[in-house]
Design a protein. Structure first.
Length: 157
């Protein structure tokens, strides 16, 4: 035997849940507005940013004055830009999430590279490289000496 109270929430509980959701949505909207006012608009998706880049390049190329080449060259440049835009727009429209994934992958690769470089830099500044552990390397350089040629291989393994 079941009771009505356990099967359906009371009307006031639903109203409380709706009020809570509404309050959270209002708080979130207020926080977003505050951040926009403080930091400016947030960047859009990668597809929107690519579209903005294409627009900016198009405007810049259209505004270029090529005094040596003349109007014929400007027309050719404008045609190339228009063709590129025509090729890029459908790709952006059909696959906007691809650009988000590519942007994320690029960020991850950059973070991995940065971590590798920072690790190597910390070993350089501590003097922990294999060359420095023995006190001298095969060229007879001391622990504080720079490697010959002024460069050292970064070990990413």
């Amino acid at each position: 035997m079941s009771s009505d109270a356990t099967e359906r929430p009371a009307p006031e509980a639903e109203a409380d849940r709706d009020a809570w959701g509404q309050a959270c949505a209002e708080d979130l909207a207020a926080e977003r507005a505050r951040r926009r006012a403080a930091y400016g608009p947030q960047p859009g998706t990668a597809a929107e940013e690519l579209r903005k880049l294409v627009d900016a390049v198009t405007e810049k190329v259209a505004g270029l004055q090529l005094p040596l080449a003349g109007l014929a060259a400007q027309d050719v440049v404008q045609q190339v830009v228009d063709r590129a835009r025509t090729a890029v727009e459908p790709v952006i429209e059909r696959n906007p999430e691809v650009f988000d994934h590519l942007a994320s992958a690029g960020s991850e690769l950059l973070a991995a590279f940065r971590a590798a470089v920072q690790g190597q830099e910390s070993r350089w500044t501590r003097g922990d490289s294999a060359q420095h552990a023995e006190g001298t390397d095969s060229r007879g350089a001391g622990p504080g000496d720079a490697p010959a040629g002024g460069t050292e291989r970064i070990d990413l393994d």
